[in-house]
Ligand binder design. Structure first.
Ligand code: BTN
Length: 252
């Protein structure tokens, strides 16, 4: 570990240590190098400033020095990546952040929204190194500002609560949510019921962007493996999160 890096023991089940970096390009990108340099499973790489954040589907993630940007590296014990981890971590984050923002919801598959605006996002990536499968779970949250109003409207925790927040305090709360997400992903939970409770999209009309096509559908359910069940003119279909993007549709 670089001697300028500060390290905090967090010491719960999945997350063990937080390493604090003044500036990184992308914590997810850095995590990949960290793994290849022998970094430990259960480490959270927290950048006080992230300059080239990555979003889902090749988009960029904007942040500023009042944002929370971190990635957890985790080695899958049995080489089987939990397919639904992004979704269950979204649920876990909602459960923990609700104490601050009662209206926070999961927008399938990887966003946290407050009413019609985005509070944060999750980017999960998998890396294979020396025969082992590692998960990089990146989380970005708008804490005291909401940069990058481009693609979807944004909101910060500060705006949602009328109060400024310490990023360390929000990180601590978020990590409780991340651990809860791992617990939910281990199975035995009724994810459909949890999405009905904590999601903002079931039973709504949506626009689906899929492999260059766009169509209207109704979001019906989230299946235990994380697929979204939709109904459109062709009947019911289950869609994989990796392939598609959805927007709410006000027009029909
Ligand atoms: C999205 O909404 O598309 C996902 C955004 C994920 C952003 C986080 S910020 C920390 C981590 N490092 C990155 O480069 N991206 C994720």
């Amino acid at each position: 570990m670089n001697s300028h890096v500060k390290s905090i023991q967090w010491g719960k089940r999945i997350v063990r240590t937080i390493e604090l970096y003044p500036t990184l390009g992308s914590t997810n990108q850095f995590a990949s190098t960290f793994i290849k340099n022998g970094g430990r499973s259960g480490t959270v790489l927290w950048a006080l400033e992230q300059t080239e954040g990555k979003g889902r589907l090749g988009r960029k993630w904007d942040s500023d020095p009042s944002s929370l940007t971190f990635s957890l590296v985790w080695q899958c014990p049995d080489n089987i990546a939990p397919q639904n981890l992004t979704l269950t971590v979204g649920l876990g984050l909602v459960e923990s952040l609700k104490v601050l923002v009662p209206k926070v919801k999961v927008k399938w598959p990887n966003d946290l929204w407050v009413e019609e605006r985005k509070l944060g996002g999750i980017l999960t990536e998998a890396v294979r190194y020396q025969g082992k499968l590692w998960i990089i779970l990146g989380v970005g949250l708008n804490v005291n500002s909401a940069p990058g109003q481009g693609a979807s409207p944004r909101i910060s925790l500060k705006e949602a609560t009328n109060c400024s927040w310490s990023r360390l305090g929000v990180l601590d709360l978020a990590l409780v949510g991340v651990e809860r997400g791992f617990e939910l992903s281990a199975g035995g939970q009724d994810l459909s019921r949890l999405f009905r409770k904590h999601g903002n999209f079931l039973d709504r009309n949506i626009m689906v962007f899929w492999g260059g096509h766009t169509f209207q559908a109704k979001a019906k359910d989230v299946l235990p493996d994380g697929r979204l069940l939709i109904q459109d003119a062709q009947g019911e279909r289950a869609l994989m999160p990796e392939e598609i993007s959805v927007r709410f549709d006000a027009c029909f």
